[in-house]
Design a protein around this ligand. Structure first.
Ligand code: ADP
Length: 246
């Protein structure tokens, strides 16, 4: 087990967005989260790495690190949580005035205080891995959406996280660019990365993930292997959702 969460609860003022959710992420496995817009998927993902602070939730990592959000947490604990995962955002979130290479080097150099030359070499390797060896010195506005998102993936990998989090990584892309990003994510899955992916791509979820979670109204409605949840969903809400999007 890489991460096990119990009783995750998150509200924005009086809006209860995540309601007492439990989840276990096994090491080397891919979990996809699906569900209608507004069901709490993004908030859930952001709680996993501390971009949002839950009111309640007990986190246990495989290395023995635990957090209990009902207690006051130290800065050190939050930093440790943040460094466990790399996040890939729907709208890339690249620094516009930095090149692809500088974007990927930023985390290792600024946050992790890594030697610049080492960080540069590693960033070059990562950009090559995502198929951008000839685009390293270009700025985000000179890149297509698919290329920008691949920079986003390389940047998340650069901090050497234990867990990769993807928040609808292809939903801002033109349809012809979706495949190039999904194939990079698929390659990471084949390499054994542990990942949690929020997506509407049913075919990706079916072929790449080990575990599918269907969320609605801040609850996990149904979860299990993709062939069960996507092909023989038990819950009417899952069935309705899948007939609408497939
Ligand atoms: P999904 O990713 O499934 O579309 P979200 O997690 O983005 O769902 O949103 C769940 C609910 O939480 C929505 O009603 C949304 O408006 C609300 N919400 C999300 N972020 C905030 C925020 N920062 N402040 C207030 N409400 C928010």
């Amino acid at each position: 087990m890489l991460l096990s969460i119990n009783g995750l609860t998150k509200s924005f003022q009086d809006l209860h967005v995540i309601k007492n959710v439990d989840i276990t992420v096994e090491k080397g496995k891919v979990v996809t989260i699906m569900g209608p817009s507004g069901s709490g998927k993004t908030t859930f993902l952001r709680c996993l790495n501390g971009l949002e602070l839950p009111e309640q939730g007990h986190y246990q990592f495989g290395d023995g690190f635990t957090l209990d959000f009902t207690q006051k947490l130290t800065k050190k604990d939050m930093l440790r949580l943040r460094r466990k995962s790399g996040m890939v955002f729907q709208s890339y979130h690249l620094f516009p005035h930095k090149t692809a290479l500088q974007n990927v080097m930023e985390g290792p150099v600024i946050v992790q205080k890594k030697d610049k030359q080492i960080a540069r070499n590693e960033a070059q390797q990562l950009l090559t891995k995502v198929g951008l060896h000839d685009k390293m010195d270009l700025y985000p506005h000179q890149l297509s959406g698919g290329q920008q998102q691949r920079v986003g993936i390389a940047r998340a990998l650069a901090i050497e996280p234990e867990l990769m989090l993807f928040d609808e990584p292809t939903s801002a892309l033109d349809p012809e660019l979706v495949g190039e990003v999904l194939s990079v994510i698929k390659e990471l899955a084949n390499e054994g990365w542990t990942m949690v992916v929020v997506t509407h791509e049913v075919s990706f979820a079916r072929h790449v993930s080990d575990h599918v979670i269907f969320m609605d109204g801040g609850h996990i409605v149904e979860q299990g292997p993709p062939k069960d949840v996507l092909e023989k969903p038990k819950e009417p809400r899952t069935q309705q959702f899948l007939t609408r999007i497939v």
